[in-house]
Design a binder for this molecule. Structure first.
Ligand code: XMP
Length: 511
């Protein structure tokens, strides 16, 4: 299989590079820049990309790569720091850029030499995205200049004979016009990729590898109903069928009908599916608790306890499967710890479940690729395109203490909100949207009578990564329909408000 190796020097856009390469239908993986030359050889890359990074190549302790990488006969594309490292390693000179000259941040008009294979087919002038404080004062011998900007003559270098190319800017970010074409040129014109990598290939390879790894062994998976664990379950079911047992702990704090939908999605598949109806015990544990962190903790612990009890009934298994995905596992090239979104997984699963090994069949996929794989495996769109839903479920969307009655009220209101957003069509597509049952009651009038009921808040955000988010500008008439329906159809709510706070300063969830 054709593979591109991305060597990570600690840049913030490294995952984007990998996504662009895969979008060009060539498979790639990211590895820290400290990998040994033997490992690089064993990986057998068709081409190598050096990422950006925060360091300065001339400083002590700057991230390095084994210089033998330049002797492999494999084309290399250096991006930003990666470009400077290439220049520095091959005899050029990199220095701090002077104020106002050569140092560039943001959108920059760039002029390309379109005779260079990297820039073939591009217009001679377009915008690229720069973010560098160093620059190449002298380029190494054997290279020529292939792009320039007003501030900086040395924006791109090329040594066509050896297949070495470097760009100061970031072709992987959307702000660089034609960035994907540059990456595509590297893959197809320079590395000679044939392309055609697809999710179907990935699925077939993954199934074969799972079968080889698992043999006749038994596999256990905690299925939360989220995209990752669901796709993981479907993939494993396809690979090992009845050797797989999925335990779906239904904590009773899912959205309307969600538990049944999860069950239905897996009912026809060859696997053992265990649904544990644990609503009563979760509600009992939560009774009277109002502190958000305590609520999260109680649910996390209870989840593990229920799972553990089920696992004991099943007995020893060989493999515990987890739906870990790529952004969770990529390690920084600087050798720092793995990036883990701690509260985002059902994860941290128990030491005390009896298993020999962990398998993580999605660990090389990005979120949108996981969704694609889910479609490939025939999972329903509602499940595959599901918006994020926190592990602790509605418990952290009910402010104050959690009761079954409140959960039922919230479920109905939340369903109406989602229903109206769906009906509003493609023009209104927040990345995440839900209802929150506040702990505030206010006076209202319905019919001719006084009411004193709860206030419901609607939350909708637009975001790429959920680290920062803007509140979504939902049209007023959609908000009005939602409000009217909720007041009319849901008992216990007499006021609906819309949350117009971005993240930061607020978080997406209220607790
Ligand atoms: P916050 O509220 O931190 O949320 O701005 C960011 C994103 O993470 C989701 N979220 C969670 N997901 N377990 C999860 O699996 C959790 O405990 C959890 N808490 C928040 C939230 O829905 C949003 O998408």
């Amino acid at each position: 299989m054709e593979k591109i190796l991305i060597l990570d020097f600690g840049g913030q856009y490294n995952q984007l590079i990998a996504r662009r390469v895969r979008e060009c239908r060539v498979y790639c993986e990211i590895k820290p820049c400290t990998v040994s030359i033997e490992e690089i050889r064993a990986f057998g890359p068709l081409g190598i990309i050096f990422t950006g990074g925060p360091g300065s190549v001339y400083e002590d302790g700057a991230p390095q790569v084994d210089p033998a990488v330049f002797t492999l006969g494999v084309p290399i594309l250096g991006i930003c720091y990666g470009c400077q490292l290439m220049a520095h390693s091959l005899g050029g000179r990199v220095t701090p850029a002077q104020e106002d000259s050569a140092r560039e941040y943001g959108r920059t008009v760039t002029r390309y030499d379109t005779a260079c294979p990297l820039f073939r087919g591009l217009p001679e002038e377009s915008v690229s995205w720069m973010s560098h404080g160093d620059y190449m004062a002298e380029i190494p011998s054997g290279f020529r200049l292939a792009a320039r900007s007003d501030a900086c003559p040395n924006v791109a270098i090329a040594d066509e004979a050896r297949g070495f190319y470097g760009v100061q800017f970031h072709p992987e970010v959307n702000h660089t016009e034609h960035g994907t074409e540059i990456i595509r040129n590297f893959l197809y014109q320079i590395c000679g990729a044939a392309g055609g990598w697809s999710m179907e290939d990935y699925k077939n390879t993954a199934i074969r590898e799972i079968r080889e790894a698992v043999g006749n062994g038994r596999v256990l998976l905690a299925l939360s109903g989220g995209v990752d664990s669901s796709v993981c379950a479907a993939l494993l079911a396809e690979a090992v069928g009845e050797q797989l047992t999925c335990v779906f702990v239904d904590h009773g704090l899912m959205r309307l009908n969600e538990g049944d939908e999860v069950e239905a999605a897996f009912s026809g598949r060859a696997m053992r599916f265990i649904r544990v109806d644990a609503e009563a015990r979760f509600l009992l544990k939560l009774a009277g608790e109002t502190d958000p962190e305590q609520k999260r903790k109680i649910i996390g612990e209870e989840f593990i306890r229920v799972f553990e009890e089920e696992a004991k009934k099943i007995g020893a298994v060989d493999f515990l499967a987890q739906g870990t995905i790529y952004p969770d596992v990529i390690e920084s090239g600087l050798g720092s710890a793995a990036v883990i979104k701690s509260h985002h997984n059902v994860g941290g699963l128990p030491d005390y479940v009896d298993f020999k090994e962990i398998i993580e069949p999605l660990r090389l996929l990005f979120k949108d690729e996981v969704r694609q794989l889910g479609r490939e495996l025939g999972l329903p769109e509602a499940l595959v395109a599901r918006q994020p839903f926190p592990g602790p479920g509605l418990a952290i969307r009910i402010i104050g203490d959690v009761t079954k009655e409140k959960a039922d009220t919230l479920r109905q209101a939340d369903f109406i909100f989602r229903d109206e957003i769906a009906k509003a069509g493609d023009g209104v597509r927040p990345d995440q949207y839900f209802a929150v049952l506040t702990n505030t009651r206010s006076v209202g009038v319905m019919g001719d009578g006084r009411t004193y009921e709860y206030t419901l808040a609607l939350r909708a955000v637009t975001t790429d990564d959920f680290m920062t988010a803007a509140w979504t500008r939902i049209p007023y008439d959609v908000l009005e329909r939602v409000s009217v329906r909720i007041i009319n159809e849901v008992r216990g709510i007499n006021r609906v408000v819309y949350d117009i706070t971005s993240k930061p300063p607020a978080t997406v969830e209220w607790e």
